[in-house]
Design a protein. Structure first.
Lengths: 249, 249
DNA sequence: AGGGCTTATCGTCGCACTGACGATAAAAGG
DNA sequence: CCTTTTATCGTCAGTGCGACGATAAGCCCT
């Protein structure tokens, strides 16, 4: 795979070579709250502390592959949902073992069929993001610089819900408007008017597609079931007008 | 800097170690067009081809430091403006020398005081992004995967202008509404109504602050000079209502 | 069967924002 | 003074949105 000839040149000897890790901000919506997957570290550094799932990239591995592998190792399954790169952090001042570059990934997954724990590393549990990301000046909660990575991931998710169909990644294949609204409310931490949300969600072109089926599991009038409109990728800014989160003042 | 003890553990021997580069998508607005800084490569691979400025991270260097150093080496100056991380690419399938991880940065700089070329590597020139990023199915223009990185950077810039004061990073300290509008028109590639833009820009709270001075250099009525409102960081989504780019329908 | 409860869905109204575009202000150059 | 040019201010109709009323369609209970 690695050619060394006059045509391609070679990596200069002065170039730094860095160990690279991937960390995953895995988010889901359970019991009406936005929750993040954290693992309890079994080995130093930060043994016994909570951390985002992740680990070192192995030789020959793609970053995405490494992220999926670490997630599978620590949660026992490859969940459905949407994964995208968040950004990179480091390499200095974030790992006591020395310079380590990490590439963070953001996973948005439906809560159905998600395992609670398992794997060989340590216990993996879902915790509400407020517990893992204190907004006030409380001390750090997660190991390494994972507090900041989590905050960046949550903010990315909150922002992307406004102008992308990404919220559907938290839902099953088919879902009701109320379930979709619960996703927005959980991620944004706000309450939304059911009637206005219904209007906006169904009126936005290229967002939802009715399946014709209904869901009568809960109390009250059965709800129409929808799926993501065909051709709409979970990412990509296609929501016009956007679904803006309510303002403060 | 690098402690090795029972408390911190050490990087596992199985971890991959990768050479890391930084690449910079440096954008500016000159002659009413969005332009990107490209260098002509002097050494293999891709010798003679155009590429984004960038290079290998040196030992002990921060990614941001490396980005600033490469930019200084290849353009001869540290320009003002706003720099933020774009994302990471690789490490496979993007460099014929082997696996190389690159972290791309986005720089938005005013055109005033920007050098044309210089440095020890090769000539650095500003070229309109349409020439360096063919929207149609034309072949690749830049070396490595820099076509994609450039496209991602331009899209990031276009999106951020909508909800952040980032457009002011293309301007000098003080600027007129017309200059700011020219930035939006160049970045978005559209024409904007001068009267409506003036209303939206001046009415958006937390965006602009009048300086009281005027600029009478051009023809016509002298324009009020504005600066970025105090406390507003160039990034950060603070524009409400956002300045949305015109739609296609 | 009918009344009450719950949730889903549809409608209405006023306000804010937008785009299209007219009107005025303030300079330079003839 | 008049024309040209650009900046800035106003007007008006269409659209989207938040607040909230009204109706639909299930369930459970008696």
């Amino acid at each position: 795979m690695q050619k060394r000839s006059e045509d391609t040149g070679s990596v200069p000897a002065t170039a730094a070579t860095l160990p690279v890790t991937v960390d995953i901000v895995a988010l889901t919506v359970r019991s009406g709250r936005l929750q993040v997957l954290v693992v309890e570290r079994g080995i130093p550094p930060f043994a016994g502390r909570s951390a985002l799932p992740g680990g070192f990239v192995l030789p020959g591995e793609t970053l995405e592959t490494a992220a999926a592998r670490e997630l599978a190792e620590e949660t026992g399954i490859v969940p459905p949902g949407h994964m995208e790169q968040l950004r990179s952090y480091g390499p200095y001042g974030r790992d006591p073992r020395g310079p380590v570059l990490t590439v963070a990934y953001l996973l948005l997954a439906p809560s159905s069929g998600l395992p609670q724990a398992g794997g060989d590393t340590a216990d993996a549990t879902w915790v509400p993001v407020e517990e893992a990301a204190p907004a006030d000046g409380g001390g750090p909660v997660l190991a390494f610089d994972h507090d900041r990575i989590l905050a960046d991931g949550v903010e990315r998710a909150r922002a992307k819900l406004e102008y992308s169909p990404l919220a559907t990644s938290f839902c099953r294949e088919e879902f009701t408007i109320a379930e979709l609204r619960a996703v927005y409310e959980a991620v944004w931490g706000t309450r939304l008017d059911a009637r206005n949300f219904h209007r906006k969600a169904t009126d936005t072109p290229g967002f939802l597609e009715p399946t014709g089926r209904t869901d009568a599991s809960g109390p009250g009038r059965p709800a129409e079931l929808y799926r993501l409109a065909p051709g709409a990728r979970p990412s990509a800014a296609v929501l016009h007008p956007p679904l803006l989160r309510p303002r403060r003042p």
